[in-house]
Design a protein around this ligand. Structure first.
Ligand SMILES: Nc1ncnc2c1ncn2[C@@H]1O[C@H](COP(=O)(O)OP(=O)(O)O)[C@@H](O)[C@H]1O
Ligand SMILES: [Mg+2]
Length: 468
């Protein structure tokens, strides 16, 4: 087996200047000095808060075989075992480009307003059944995350699955041109990051940038259940993509999902594709999760994966952390059901999650709903938070807690008698929530990551794990 890279290859790919460095294998690529593996390549990237150059020494001491550093740093610091380049982020991009060039894999790129990570995970799960699959970890989907994930692509991998995200128009273009996907998936288009856009149509156009990198003869796989599909269709055509496949609950979708059945922590649904029907049995809750899994079925078919194998792989597919994970705390006959949606929130995912919560009926217990701010919504924020009121009432929650400043506008429309407690900081609702909760209850917690609702999840787990 070849190593991931060799020093000579890294030098050639980046056009850098090796200093005190001889050729040898590089088994991983990292930008974090705390996670250096044996014979790693450390790339010193300047982030928002930290500069990787301050950790070059630590990375080399931790066992990195080489580090990519800037001319500016080298001029004052000097070091052996480095590759000196004008710009380290550009060097990482060049490595990504070289990794893409040498690979014979099928490349898949996933974007969308919600569901990117879950869909990416579902896709890599089904492709993993057919061959070595490399994929983005977590949500490494931005200007450094995508190149880093691509630079880590093993040369032998048969499939590569990459998440691509954005906050502003223009951000997806260079990333999709780097990945050069054969298949792109757009999970949905909805109000997110509206701070930086005039309208959701503009968001649709920004997502459509993903088509610009698609390889000749490539395919677009589009979720059909949103009002912006026509924009995506038009943009796909404009970008020269001839094959567009749709999936969703829409009657005209190529991969059409029948009404799902929720049973405990699982969801069943029948998917129809031409004359074929497939039965999905997932370890996740909710219509949106079924849609994400269906996207994976469509991609699997494009990759030539046996459909029964794909179906089987998805049976064990669970929600990634903080995206609807359900935990039962306490005694089996009377648990506290905790639904952790603390990772993220925008209008689409709030509505999807509340629809799931509406279907949960704790026998004899209360239903508590804890909602935090949806961040980055810009001037329409108040209105968008208020738009959640119908879904909140639809959940049948017996108690509602609100956390954050922006979500106060929702309190105004719900009315004070419907809101049990609210606070700007999660620390200030922790106690009222913990003292309201009892075994037999169900609680769902959802908000943008910045609201730090994960702290509440941890506190609930600590308190109720002790009651078993
Ligand atoms: N297709 C979907 N439509 C709406 N919401 C979704 C969808 N898929 C997942 N979600 C919800 O969106 C949130 C973020 O999911 P995730 O898969 O991490 O998306 P992203 O990577 O786009 O942020 C989670 O709370 C999840 O439950
Ligand atoms: Mg993500």
């Amino acid at each position: 087996m070849h190593p991931l890279w060799t020093v000579a290859e890294a030098v050639a790919a980046t056009g850098g200047r090796p200093e005190g460095l001889s050729d040898g294998p590089l088994h991983s690529v990292s930008i974090d000095s705390r996670e250096i593996g044996p014979e790693a390549l450390f790339v010193a990237i300047k982030g928002d808060k930290l500069d990787g150059h301050d950790y070059v020494r630590a990375a080399l001491d931790a066992g990195a075989a080489a580090a990519i550093v800037s001319e500016a740093w080298f001029a004052t610091n000097r070091s052996d075992r480095v590759i000196v380049v004008p710009d380290t982020l550009e060097a990482l991009r060049l490595m990504a480009k070289a990794a893409r060039l040498r690979s014979k894999a099928m490349f898949v790129a996933v974007t969308g307003s919600a569901g990117k990570t879950t869909t990416k995970e579902a896709i890599r799960t089904v492709l993993g059944a057919a061959g070595e699959t490399h994929y983005s970890i977590k949500s490494f989907n931005n200007h450094w995350g995508v190149p880093l994930m691509l630079a880590r692509m093993p040369r032998e991998a048969q499939f590569g699955v990459f998440e691509i995200g954005m906050n502003h128009a223009g951000e997806i273009t260079p990333l999709t041109r780097l990945v050069r996907p054969h298949v792109v998936v757009i999970t949905t288009v909805a109000a997110a990051h509206l701070e930086f856009f005039k309208s959701v149509s503009e968001i649709a156009e920004a997502k459509a940038e993903i088509f610009l990198g698609v390889e000749e003869g490539g395919t677009a796989v589009l979720n059909a259940d949103h009002p912006y599909l026509h924009i995506l269709f038009a943009k796909a055509r404009e970008s020269g993509i001839r094959k567009v496949i749709t999936y969703g609950y829409d009657e005209e979708a190529d991969w059409r999902i029948g009404e799902p059945e929720l049973a405990g922590a699982r969801t069943f649904a029948r998917v129809t594709h031409g004359n074929d029907t497939l039965d999905l049995n997932l370890q996740v809750r909710g219509r949106h999760m079924v849609a994400n899994a269906t996207a994976a079925l469509a991609v699997a078919a494009l990759a030539g994966v046996d459909r029964y194998a794909a179906q089987r792989e998805l049976a064990d597919f669970g929600a990634p952390e903080g995206r609807g994970e359900t935990t039962r705390l306490g005694p089996a006959d009377k648990p506290l059901v905790l639904i952790d949606e603390s990772y993220n929130a925008n209008v689409a995912s709030m509505n999807a999650a509340m629809e799931v919560f509406a279907g949960i009926h704790p026998p004899g217990g209360k239903k508590l709903l804890v909602l935090g701010d949806m961040l980055e919504l810009g001037p329409q924020g108040a209105e968008l938070h208020q738009s959640l009121s119908k879904a909140v009432l639809g959940t049948g929650a017996t108690q509602v807690f609100l956390v954050g400043r922006a979500i106060e506008s929702l309190a105004e429309v719900l009315g004070d008698d419907r809101v049990t407690a609210k606070a700007w900081r999660v620390e200030d609702v922790m106690e009222p929530i913990l003292s309201s909760l009892a075994l037999g209850d169900a609680v769902m917690i959802k908000g943008s990551k910045g609201v730090r609702l994960a702290l509440l999840i941890e506190a609930i787990k600590r308190r109720f794990a002790a009651t078993t």
